[in-house]
Design a protein around this ligand. Structure first.
Ligand SMILES: [Zn+2]
Length: 129
């Protein structure tokens, strides 16, 4: 009897673990013969990057050429370039690449890079440091 109960507990624990595990992670290291596509590749192709957080259900479409001014141009396209602005994690970020068609001109909403802001940081220190 206790054996069955233990088995059930083990099964229940496994289920909980599976429920908490994130979806599969994309590979981080490329195969030597097949390097990852980078944001620079996407920018050269004139692609847009659709980034959406599945948890917060927020997203935006960026030009790859804008993104490479902010993040490393060699960043792989299948990995989130930054976390969600609301929940802060990259765990639920979904990334898709697309090549805009001529029918998208004037209609596709795109979040463009329009400038940067300098932030002054202050910290208490001792004189002479
Ligand atoms: Zn989020």
């Amino acid at each position: 009897m206790s054996r069955i109960r233990n088995a059930n507990l083990a099964g229940g624990s496994l289920f909980v673990l599976n429920a908490l595990m994130p979806a599969g992670h994309p590979p981080i290291r490329a195969h030597p013969a097949k390097p990852f596509r980078t944001l620079r590749d996407a920018a050269v192709s004139g692609e847009v990057v659709l980034i959406r957080c599945g948890l917060c259900r927020r997203g935006a479409t960026f030009l790859a050429s804008d993104l490479i001014q902010v993040v490393d141009p060699m960043h792989p396209v299948h990995l989130p370039p930054f976390g969600c602005s609301k929940c802060g994690t990259t765990e639920y970020i979904d990334i898709r690449m697309a090549t805009p068609q001529s029918k998208d001109v004037g209609l596709m909403p795109v979040r463009r890079l329009v400038g940067s802001k300098k932030v002054w940081l202050w910290q208490d220190k001792v004189l002479g440091e």
